[in-house]
Design a protein. Structure first.
Length: 169
C-alpha cells in the first residue's frame, strides 16, 4: 500500500512540475515586460520574475482559466515591483535592456514605449494592461482592485499626457 501512495505522490509531483513549466512558458515574457516597466533595469526585473514564479510554487494555486492565471501572475508581479521600489527606491531606467528580451514577441523600444515608461505608475500600469495585454477597463479595475471609474479616468488622463509628450517630440 505504501508503494501505491508513493507512486501516486510521484505522479502528482510530476504533473505539478509539468503544469508549472507550462505556466512559465506561457507567461514569462509578459511578466518580464510588466516587471521591467516598473524596475527599469534587467537585474531587478529578473529578480521579480523569479519571485513571481517562486510565489506560484509556494501558493499551489489552481487556476480556473488562462485569464485567471494571467491576472494572478500580473497582480503578483505588480505587487512585487511596488514592494521592491518602496524598499530600494530605485527608479533609473535603461530602456535598452528591452532589446535583450527574448521570445516569440520581442518587446522593441519605441518612442511610445519610452513615453509610457516615464508615466507615473498609476497611469503606466493602466496603459500597459489595456494596450499591451488587451484587458478591458472593467478587467483592469478587478485586477488592480480599484473602481472602474478610476481606471477609466486614469486611462483618459494617461492618453492626454502621452498625446502631449508625443506631439512635442
Amino acid at each position: 500500500m505504501d508503494r501505491t501512495l508513493s507512486a501516486r505522490s510521484d505522479e502528482m509531483e510530476e504533473n505539478l512540475s509539468q503544469t508549472i513549466e507550462e505556466i512559465y512558458a506561457r507567461n514569462v515574457n509578459m511578466i518580464y515586460q510588466v516587471s521591467f516597466s516598473y524596475m527599469r533595469n534587467k537585474a531587478d526585473t529578473e529578480d521579480v520574475v523569479e519571485d513571481v514564479f517562486v510565489n506560484l510554487l509556494k501558493t499551489k494555486i489552481v487556476f480556473e482559466s488562462f485569464e485567471h492565471e494571467k491576472a494572478w501572475l500580473l497582480r503578483t508581479a505588480i505587487n512585487l515591483c511596488k514592494n521592491a521600489l518602496k524598499h530600494w527606491r530605485r527608479r533609473n531606467a535603461d530602456i535598452d535592456d528591452y532589446e535583450n528580451i527574448q521570445g516569440e514577441n520581442p518587446f522593441a523600444p519605441s518612442e511610445t514605449l519610452r513615453a509610457v515608461m516615464e508615466l507615473p505608475d498609476k497611469y503606466k500600469e493602466v496603459i500597459y494592461l489595456h494596450y499591451y495585454e488587451g484587458y478591458t477597463t472593467a478587467e483592469i479595475a478587478q485586477i488592480l482592485k480599484r473602481n472602474h471609474s478610476t481606471i477609466r479616468n486614469h486611462l483618459q488622463e494617461a492618453k492626454k499626457i502621452l498625446k502631449g509628450v508625443l506631439e512635442n517630440e
